[in-house]
Design a protein around this ligand. Sequence first.
Ligand code: IPM
Ligand code: MG
Length: 365
Amino acid sequence: MTSSYRSSSYRITLLPGDGIGPEITAVARQLLDAVSRRHGFELVYDEQPMGGAAIDATGEPLPASTLEACRGADAVLLAAIGSPQYDSLPREQRPETGLLALRAGLGLFANLRPVKIIPALIDASSLKRQVIEGVDLLVVRELTGGVYFGTPKGRVEANGRVRGFNTMAYFDDEIDRIAKVGFELALQRGGRLCSVDKANVLDVSQLWRDRVTAMGADYPGVELSHMYVDNAAMQLVRNPRQFDVLLTSNLFGDILSDEAAMLSGSIGMLPSASLGESGPGLFEPIHGSAPDIAGQDKANPMAMVLSAAMMLRIGLQREAAAADLEAAVDQVLAAGYRTGDLMAEGCTPLGCRAMGDQLLAALEG
Ligand code: IPM
Ligand code: MG
């Protein structure tokens, strides 16, 4: 029997970034090396500066050379960016601006943020077990439009007053392409799509609702509903099991995905994928750079490892290797190993590196 050909070597641009980024990148890399060896393929890494690390090195949060390297890769794995020391820089020089430029530069309009309860962590959530048991939802967030990118924007001074402003705007085709991703993923999952907007107040949201409703006709197999964002924020903590796929604009998805992350106990557990029409995807944990614990070997590397798993599955079509990484995370948690953010009575506390070693042992066991 001959197996069908697929690539045996992939180029990965690694962006360790700031804060805890380098520590969790080291763990992910160790695991990626082990899992690729086991599955008979090779990962070739190209590490590039991004965020504050790039500001220190070049004065810019996203150097052109970093963007070029990302464009030429098979997939991009980013850890985290940002640190308070850069918060007083002009906006175009801040780490966050570099991240937005990377998303826009790679055309990554679709951000997928899955939230699934890991049984071993159910008591780590601030919500009651009976509320979160069985939660398995996916936030599909639009990532290159809306108020994050809309113009005009800025700050003006007139008649002794200062006015700051942004524009929340979407073109019909921008809504259609993200809605299509939402419908297609709903078909592959539980068949339910809830589109989030503020159509009772915002014109941009009414257009959003009209386009999503129209597309619903093409997807008779998907049960479509609409929810105002304020109600969605409430329903997420009241009865999160009602959701399968949540379709959101850029800002609403930013807010709701942090809220949804807490259902799983720790934001340190959640990976994400950002995808475009073509070209490499960007895979990154949802959490930030946690400057308060940076360099202290306290970070939870698991969202980064799960982001590497998403990269293997979605970016490189290496399902079996992805499943191995996820199984290692489950196994280590089931064995009672915990980083500080997840620590509970009777469990074994570990630092970032030691957690990496346990994950590696689980993978190779
Ligand atoms: C996220 C982050 C980013 C965002 C920041 C760091 C620019 O909060 O990925 O959710 O707002 O999109
Ligand atoms: Mg966010």
